[in-house]
Design a protein around this ligand. Sequence first.
Ligand code: TPP
Ligand code: DXP
Ligand code: MG
Length: 642
Amino acid sequence: MSNTPETPLLDQIRRPADLKGLSDAQLEQLTRELRAETISAVSVTGGHLGAGLGVVELTVALHAVFDTPRDKIIWDVGHQCYPHKILTERRDRIRTLRMKDGLSGFTKRSESPYDPFGAAHSSTSISAALGFAVARDLGGDVPEGLGDAIAVIGDGSMSAGMAYEAMNNAGALNKRMIVILNDNEMSIAPPVGAMSSYLSRLYSEAPLHELKAAAKGAVSLLPEPFREGAKRAKEMLKGMAVGGTLFEQLGFSYLGPIDGHDLDQLLPVLRTVKQRATGPILIHVLTKKGKGYGPAEQARDKGHATAKFNVVTGEQKKAPSNAPSYTSVFGDSLVAEAAADEKICAVTAAMPDGTGLNLFAERYPSRCFDVGIAEQHGVTFSAALAAGGMKPFCAMYSTFLQRGYDQVVHDVAIQRLPVRFAIDRAGLVGADGATHAGAFDVAFLANLPGFVVMAAADEAELRHMVATAAAYDDGPIAFRYPRGEGNGVEMPERGTPLEIGKGRIVARGNKVALLSFGTRLAETRKAAETLAAKGITPTIADARFAKPLDRDMILALAADHEALITIEEGAVGGFGSHVAQLLAEEGVFDAGLKFRSMVLPDIFIDQASPADMYETAGMEAEQIAAKVLDVLGIAQIGAQRA
Ligand SMILES: Cc1ncc(C[n+]2csc(CCOP(=O)(O)OP(=O)(O)O)c2C)c(N)n1
Ligand SMILES: CC(=O)[C@@H](O)[C@H](O)COP(=O)(O)O
Ligand SMILES: [Mg+2]
């Protein structure tokens, strides 16, 4: 393969097989080009930058040594996979990352055979790799074949129970499989927990004299590529010198730590492992999140996620904001409530900034708990905090709360413990796509006996709901709100607790009642403006509660109108289903009410802007208006999908 300045190596690489002819020096050059291409691509798309930059060398080394797609590389979370996508037949579309009809920002089976297992939620990769290894050994059959199974998991993702469940199983099954622990000493925020400290100790606190001795004595025992000198041997032997690692106790061979930016270490280790591994093996690789791009390396989050940016200056191109984000309103409101009540405490699962709890942590550090990526534990921990007389706010994204569902049922709901669930990123979130959509929480919470479930229609309502939750001590209570900015409404200084189970009439009209649950209220109002031009004046109501329902208000709306339409940013089974149940039980349908329920459709909607995604869902203002015309039997010209 030629290598001139005019023809960069990367331009000659379409698929991983093209790496096979490259020398180690050429692979080194390729890492530089791949890093530059990753930075350039993310500068025009925005997205997860730091994690990918940290695994550029690892990506090249893995693809140079292993034979994908036969060998399965499973990137945990998948937010670090952009360099992998560039090397696996997707470079021509890399500048469509996270856009409508573009490449996903995560690994996705339907996108490429080089993505053998999709992800976006963390800590699934070791389970997946073990599954592939067992399928291989049982004679499983897939078009690409089944070779080695390699999980690449970050130190942050190593805080989740699933990773240990998988290692526990893998150690016992003793199948050949490879786990690469990509340790950059970062999660989204600085990593937390005893496991993180343990990993640091594996390479920072090992007594040097012992290491030297171990290295000296055992060099000859090392596999060929490791005999290059005592320094490298020392690196390999630290695990042994400190008396065996946790991973070894679990049945894995432990190799490392090695410098994950040094191909001279990565390539021989991977080649040897490929040649000789028999059972499960863990390679501990040290990397730097954001590596090779100054603005990312220097950023507090190491460039974890970024808007589009200027490559030269690193300046991000953020749209000006017109209103506070829901997240910050939650954070500020909780701080205000906590000032008045020292029992209030807060729990986040590795998302202090994303949930706004960073504000709370700054003010009340002893009452704020980042439990790491451990939603299940976070929920049960909150349950016991409540049982112990505290007032815990368990702040999680809707999509990640899914992981703690049994704990919500078993530890919180059945025991009727007053855990306050602050559910951020409710509804469709945009560029993160289907994996991060907050589509199901209303359905999976409102069916639980004794749960109170609220949705904020705007940021002022959110403030009131935080106050409501703080004041409510009779059992579990949840409130949901979306990603992004509020509507710019006037904000009350402090929240006022709402009456449990009471909605509000926003505008009185006739014929049709639009009953909104959550922030679709703004679109509903817009729809009403469109309808006004056609002589239709709907009644608009904000339900506030999916549970308990405001029975009186809903039955009155049903009695006073020809049609009732519910609107919510959630899947079927949620608010609208509960309203339908009430109406059916009360015999309202027998009296001829026309009822429709606008919910997210029964599909997973791929990434796009939130507005685009809601258009796909049929829930934008024009589509709400069209639904009204349809239910009233009024003909429409150029009817919208609804
Ligand atoms: C179950 C779950 N909880 C939370 C998240 C949000 N999240 C995405 S990446 C990340 C940090 C992961 O850290 P690490 O595995 O060390 O990878 P790094 O970004 O450092 O490369 C978190 C908390 C998630 N994707 N899945
Ligand atoms: C990869 C991951 O799960 C997070 O980084 C997520 O993308 C954060 O989403 P927000 O941008 O909504 O905080
Ligand atoms: Mg990390």
